[in-house]
Design a protein around this ligand. Sequence first.
Ligand code: PLP
Length: 236
Amino acid sequence: MKRTSRRCSNCCGRPAISLTDILARVRAAERTAGRTEGAVKLIAVSKVQPLDRVEAVLAEGYRTFGENYVQEAAAKWPDLASRFGAVELHMIGPLQTNKARVAVEIFDAIHTLDRPSLAEKLARLAEARGTCPELFVQVNTGAEPQKAGVLPDATEGFVASCRALGLPMVGLMCIPPEDADPVAHFTLLATLAERSGLAGLSMGMSADFETAIAHGATHVRVGSAIFGARDYAGRG
Ligand SMILES: *Cc1c(COP(=O)(O)O)cnc(C)c1O
């Protein structure tokens, strides 16, 4: 299998780990945690990555990807899907209300529902289309002022109001504060999801996806460990 050698030049200089190895680690973490095999979905986060890296993972047969920017995803995925076949696309970045219409057309799931105005917009679009992506509410578990997401205390009420709009609510998502131990945040998210009767837990990234699986993650979002470091400066 042809693999370009990719290195994490920004930090550790180590090569990116192959998709096969990451998948094996996901399955091993499921076993260790006593979870059902296949209970955890690996979302390969392809934002900002050069096309050849994404094509390499598609060529390996992988079909579940995550993107942060509506415009980037809309520019990239219709063509990739026409060449490689249908993919399952997850929106994991902040979603502006004026991009919601395009988002519901290209994404199978949105992990970043975080405010009533967006919920209302999605409900209108869903009614017009007759379908809606699966929805996760983003929770700001660290109550960080600069971070999106509903506050933990407001989560149950917000989920209830989304359900009242008829939206297909499947889970909660969090991004723990950068320098914090993520365990408290994963545990809090699991507690909040249970309280709202939601089964989905979107948590865990390259550095901590195995920990997240141990604490109940159903969706892990892994980017740089699969594709290598992102080069924001080189974005074209
Ligand atoms: C970029 C991003 C990821 C992937 O991060 P890595 O550390 O590269 O695995 C996961 N979740 C969200 C919300 C992101 O923005």
